[in-house]
Design a protein around this ligand. Structure first.
Ligand code: NAD
Length: 311
């Protein structure tokens, strides 16, 4: 399996390490418009690989080098500065995706390739990449709220003293400020969250839930404030998505792909079954009316941002 990564900044480099550590790729190709950076990353990762899996890691200085890739991960583009929202990156990163996607498509097999989009604002970038690539929407997959859902499960796991692996709880909608925590469908070990709290005598009142929502939505801002950027969490999410695709696992992940056509086309995160061919199907969990309204509002924000791009 050959996997290419475009963009070797903080995120792309961490993604390369995490993907190499899955042991599922026998070749990883790195491209960045800053060739020196890509070559240095390939050197460093190559040395690390000597301690783990046998994977050939190389940097290329043009897109011909990605030929034969079955998965192309796009992590290039501007990141948020402290105080910036993801939407503030819209114009700059539309230009980046518009530069990269046609070059990628000229060098991959359009019948099989899967594009994994990481660049923010994520959902709009998925829409732009899908349109430019002309690939079936199922094979242009944004990491979406995988990371937000992981953050939610991590916070809940501390609150409930149970492993995140036993918690099914999703953040849906925009990978951004309008994301929604869907409490109505949250469950622990197959037991709905409210029943679980009753049985374990754990109190999770509305005020605590609002605090958790706030922490999930603001996690990136806090990490950027302290670390300058975020990279480990998203790298874990991308590696998990790659694993799900390569092994055709049919796991349910909250990824973002385009649903609908024309003026109704919209990419946002919903629980989706993901396998070797990309997104296999999309599910809609149980939601109360407030959650359903918030999800529609989130979708409208994404579409409005997409429509604001000069065509
Ligand atoms: P960074 O500034 O550290 O790196 C960006 C890299 O992209 C640089 O190496 C730059 O040379 C390269 N690049 C820019 N334009 C390019 C082009 N046209 N072709 C090839 N390479 C190009 O940024 P970062 O911290 O690595 O973040 C990258 C992106 O990932 C940002 O948009 C950020 O917001 C996003 N991100 C997404 C998530 C998520 O959950 N989806 C999480 C964290 C970061």
């Amino acid at each position: 399996m050959k996997i290419s990564i475009i963009g070797l900044g903080s995120v792309g480099s961490a993604v390369a390490t995490a993907v190499a550590n899955t042991g599922l790729a026998n070749e990883i190709v790195l491209f960045d418009r800053d060739g020196v950076r890509a070559r240095a990353a390939a050197e460093d990762l190559g040395h690390a690989a000597a301690f783990s899996f046998d994977v050939k890691i190389s940097a290329v200085n043009n897109y011909r080098g990605i030929r034969g890739s079955e998965i192309v991960i796009i992590a290039a583009g501007a990141n948020q500065r402290p105080g910036q929202t993801r939407t503030d990156l819209l114009a700059a990163n539309t230009a980046v995706i518009s530069d990269i996607v046609p070059r990628v498509m000229a060098n991959v097999d359009a019948k099989t390739v899967k594009l994994v989009i990481v660049t923010n604002p994520l959902d709009v970038m998925v829409m732009v990449a899908q349109k430019l690539s002309k690939l079936p929407p199922a094979r242009v997959i944004g990491t979406g709220t995988m990371l937000d859902s992981a953050r939610l499960r991590t916070i809940l796991s501390r609150q409930l003293s149970v492993s995140p692996q036993s918690i099914n709880a999703y953040v849906l909608g925009e990978h951004g400020d309008s994301s929604i925590v869907v409490w109505s469908s949250a469950s622990v070990g197959g037991i709905d969250l409210n029943t679980f709290c009753r049985q374990t005598k754990i109190s999770l009142p509305a005020t605590t839930r609002r605090t958790i929502e706030h922490r999930v939505r603001n996690a990136a801002y806090e990490i950027i404030q302290g670390r300058g950027a975020t990279w480990d969490g998203i790298a874990g999410a991308v590696a998990d998505l790659v694993r799900c695709i390569v092994r055709d696992e049919h796991r349910i992940l909250t990824v973002s792909t385009v649903d609908g056509l024309g003026a109704k086309a919209l990419a946002m995160s919903l629980p989706r079954i993901v396998g070797g061919c990309g997104v296999v199907s999309t599910l809609l969990p149980k939601m109360d009316s407030a959650e359903a309204t918030a999800l529609r509002r989130s979708g409208k924000i994404i579409r409005k941002n997409y429509d604001s791009i000069p065509k």
